[in-house]
Design a binder for this molecule. Structure first.
Ligand code: 5AD
Ligand code: SF4
Length: 474
């Protein structure tokens, strides 16, 4: 495959990412796989020769968005063909895994369907798609349109990926665990991402070192069930054949240059004593934890097969805050799970009141084909779901604002990540993952700088860079 088009231009790829941070990581890795084939990044689909949609299947709304985007891409492809050029369309991610051939049936313009465990094979898939396109251009008919790879290959994709390049403004994601064995009754993840798998600790540490060498000072460890991590221990390690997440965090904190460590997403059942203790013991581990609870009602938690009750969650919160008093908590909530009564929903509201969240994501239950929840009786009417979501989001919104306001007056380290909307403005994150905007030089992007927080809002804070640190970093 050549890295230039017939008109002498370099080939370009546009990758659109939907859904969670795992997909952001996977999109970066797909770019890493495509770079040696000569693909430069395009800023829009219009500039691209290859468009990859890295899709999300978690809620119905998310997968429907993919099909409307595919409709638009089909039109672009037709226009291109009329000009004698082509556009290759690839669907990756969880919709690809869940729907496979159905995607090509619904949208025949799609050339490649590749699941989240197979994208290291993109070069072969592109070559195959190109071969098929050439046959079609020669006027021959082909059985089956797209090229499909939704296997869970025996070889780990991680062993076949090039060195990571995805460091943006000092921050990088590092995928350490994939898949899930929990089978919550609302969730498609165990079906789309497969069984739980942990990368060996030595592979994680070596990727972390590469990321630091590429400029990362913050590393966010990723996994669908990240705190279930139990990777093979490095050969030099004593005391057990596997490492827990806590052990891995301690080792990451030893790497020179790692100033911030985060991890997401966790399950309450896997918050073990060592991990809780790490929040008090490892200064680089940021005081922020995303710990989905989904509901505050024991009855609903049971129906969701969450394997924990309300009390276990509340006890965990107490223990975590005991380990790290300023820990900011975030969570996920689902309203309107089948059978959820007003009393169940009140239990969720009471739990939120009791805990006090710094931030949260909340969703209306979405029926996902193939999951046990979708076949349950007593589905909750849409209007009831909407009313409950509005009430919950109002409460969570007030808590997020109160949390931001509680930090006003403090001087805190901010990792600046991007320029703001106004000229001369830069935006970064506090240790508690709050967004801070301040006047500052673009050269501070990718650095941790002390800023005084002067105003708190619903989703952000205004800050002032503290001059001495500003000069030191700039
Ligand atoms: N409906 C609504 N929300 C869902 N989530 C997962 N599956 C569903 C569903 N079927 C939410 C959960 C999960 C987050 C990533 O998405 O809250 O923690
Ligand atoms: Fe889905 Fe539950 Fe696994 Fe989270 S723990 S990925 S919600 S099945």
């Amino acid at each position: 495959m050549t890295d230039v088009r017939t008109d002498g231009q370099r080939k370009r790829v546009f990758i659109r990412t939907y859904g969670c941070q795992m997909n952001v990581y996977d999109s970066d890795r797909m770019a890493d796989v495509l770079r040696p084939l000569g693909y430069a990044m395009a800023d829009t689909p219009e500039q691209a020769d290859l468009v990859v949609l890295n899709t999300c299947h978690i809620r119905e709304h998310a997968s429907e968005k993919v099909y409307s985007e595919l409709g638009r891409l089909r039109d672009t492809k037709r226009e291109r063909r009329a000009e004698g050029r082509d556009l290759t369309i690839a669907v990756a991610g969880c919709v690809a895994q869940a729907e496979g051939e159905e995607i090509v049936r619904r949208q025949p313009a799609v050339d490649i369907v590749v699941g989240p465990q197979a994208y290291h094979r993109l070069p072969e898939l592109l070559a195959e798609a190109e071969r098929k396109a050439a046959i079609r251009r020669a006027g021959k008919r082909l059985p089956g349109a797209g090229v499909l790879d939704t296997d869970f290959p025996a070889e780990s994709k991680f062993d076949h990926l090039p060195a990571p390049q995805g460091v943006r403004a000092g921050s990088a994601f590092l995928s350490i665990q994939e898949g899930c064995d929990k089978f919550c009754t609302f969730c498609v993840v165990p079906y789309t991402r497969g069984a739980e798998y942990s990368r060996p600790a030595s592979a994680v540490l070596s990727e972390a070192r590469q990321l630091v060498a590429a400029g990362a000072i913050e590393i966010t460890l990723l996994g669908q069930n990240v705190n279930a991590y139990h990777g093979e221990a490095p050969s030099s390690s004593t005391g057990g054949s596997t490492w827990s997440l806590a052990r891995l965090i301690h080792a990451l904190a030893e790497i020179d240059g790692v100033a911030r460590i985060r991890y997401t997403t966790s399950h309450p059942r896997d918050m073990d004593d060592d991990l809780i203790a790490a929040h008090g013991a490892v200064p680089q581990l940021m005081p922020y934890l995303h710990l989905p609870v989904q509901s505050g009602s024991d009855r609903i938690l049971e129906a969701m097969n969450r394997r924990h009750g309300r009390d276990l969650f509340l006890r965990l919160v107490d223990r975590l805050r005991h380990a790290r008093a300023d820990l900011a908590l975030s969570s996920d909530f689902i309203v309107g799970f089948p059978g959820e009564s007003d009393a169940d929903f009140d239990d969720t509201m009471r739990l939120v009141d009791q805990v006090g969240f710094a931030s949260a994501f909340s969703f209306k239950y979405s029926r996902r084909p193939g999951t046990p929840g979708s076949a349950m009786p007593d589905q909750v009417p849409e209007a009831v779901k909407s009313a409950r979501l509005a009430a919950l989001q109002a409460l969570l919104g007030r808590q997020a604002r109160d949390f931001n306001i509680s930090k006003v007056g403090a001087t805190v380290p901010v990792l600046f990540a991007e320029t703001g909307r106004k000229p001369g403005q830069i935006i970064g994150k506090t240790p508690w993952l709050q967004s801070v905007y301040a006047e500052g030089n673009e050269r501070l992007i990718g650095h941790i700088v002390e800023a005084r927080l002067i105003e708190g809002h619903a989703n952000s804070l205004a800050g002032e860079i503290v001059t001495r640190a500003y000069e030191a970093a700039a």
